[in-house]
Write a protein that binds this ligand. Sequence first.
Ligand SMILES: [Zn+2]
Length: 126
Amino acid sequence: MRTCAAEKCGKSLEGRAAKTRYCDDTCRQRASRARVEKRGPHMVEPAWSFGAALREARTAAGLTTAELGAMVRKRRVACDHSVISRWETGARRSITVAQLEALASALGLSAADRKRWAKAAAEGGA
Ligand SMILES: [Zn+2]
């Protein structure tokens, strides 16, 4: 039986395509981070904690990037699902206050979480 290639996961990959090596995106990213770390710390791009927090809140709410994007756009704030993906991976590190607020409202964040988000978004921004 083939299992997920991520360390300490071991979930079955039964019924998945032959090239599938990981059970989900989380495991794939974990494995890719582990590979980068093995290459040496100088190669690691600093993680953007806001991106991780955004992904965590979105998946906890059970929303896809497209669904969250639509919720943000209902608040008349520009937000495409591909932008959300890039924020989450840290590929894009610029976000407007309006976007941050709309995301936080759509995800029902507490005031304390909003403060953490604003701080995290400001760090490592480029
Ligand atoms: Zn896995």
